[in-house]
Design a protein around this ligand. Sequence first.
Ligand code: FES
Length: 122
Amino acid sequence: MTFEHNTLEQVTTWVNAGHVNDFPENGGSTISHDGDQIAVFNFTVLNKWFATQNLCPHKKQMILSRGIIGTEGETPKVACPYHKKTFSLETGENLNGCEDSIETFPIKIEDDTVFVGLYEKK
Ligand code: FES
């Protein structure tokens, strides 16, 4: 499985994920869109937002929104709460080098509303 780091140029739809206050500081929440689960992270310490697939590729668990966020060097990351596999929140790269990577999505904040950038899947 190849991972995809979706860029702004690829976005075809901005999905309203909710008000900024709906998301815990320095944590994640799950939103659903067209049957897909997306993990949205409010990384307050870095003053950044991230979105990734919610599915952890290790044991195929819908769990990443409940992962622990932090940094590895300059790279913001999420660690799956089950077996601690870690993924870059910026590119989705697996930082353990042993599992599939994950899909990431652009995020924007407008008028205190969080939008996740989705794209037309090929
Ligand atoms: S299910 Fe996520 S690390 Fe095992």
